[in-house]
Write a protein that binds this ligand. Sequence first.
Ligand SMILES: CC(C)(COP(=O)(O)OP(=O)(O)OC[C@H]1O[C@@H](n2cnc3c(N)ncnc32)[C@H](O)[C@@H]1OP(=O)(O)O)[C@@H](O)C(=O)NCCC(=O)NCCS
Length: 180
Amino acid sequence: MTPMTEVRVAHTADLDTAALAAARALLDEAFEGEFTDHDWEHALGGMHALLWEGADLIGHASVVQRRLLHAGRALRSGYVEAVAVRETHRRRGHGATLLTALERLIRGGYDLGALASSDEALPFYAERGWRLWQGPTFALTPLGIARTEEDDGGVYVLPVAARLDLSGELVCDWRDGDVW
Ligand SMILES: CC(C)(COP(=O)(O)OP(=O)(O)OC[C@H]1O[C@@H](n2cnc3c(N)ncnc32)[C@H](O)[C@@H]1OP(=O)(O)O)[C@@H](O)C(=O)NCCC(=O)NCCS
């Protein structure tokens, strides 16, 4: 019999070392070795959704706060990171379960949701009502605002409270590693 699946939502501070290690291992496997230490660091310091099948972790996603500049405002954004479902368990609605948990936090706590999608996951987010950003993207770097052309066409937003012009400019705050 397959053990029950259960989604648990917790802040990084409330996850023990074993749960964090299981999440990192799942992400390394799901992204086939392309998941970097920076990617992991970007997923910390906010809320995690973990999907357990008995004692096995089969899915992970987190949301952290970032500032996105748009139309003259610094919007409080719930930025989604490190979304993955174990390969053997995909297309069974587990990714949707994880996102549903995080979208509740985004709708209740932020001006908008945002994320940078992998090519593979573009239909997954579109299906859930996330909107592809149409305008140019930028990052607020230590040397000033810089264009991030390579990220155009891969940034999704989940509109909540803020008025968004999807064809306008969107600027993310600075961090090490991939800025979006
Ligand atoms: C993206 C990912 C998390 C989706 O997880 P999942 O558990 O398979 O997703 P779900 O079963 O909840 O999918 C819900 C719906 O999203 C869409 N969808 C999901 N994966 C899809 C894919 N590869 N191609 C097309 N549509 C897809 C479908 O509409 C699907 O419904 P359906 O199966 O009834 O057709 C998973 O494929 C994954 O871990 N990929 C590798 C890591 C990655 O790219 N993560 C995203 C980083 S931004």
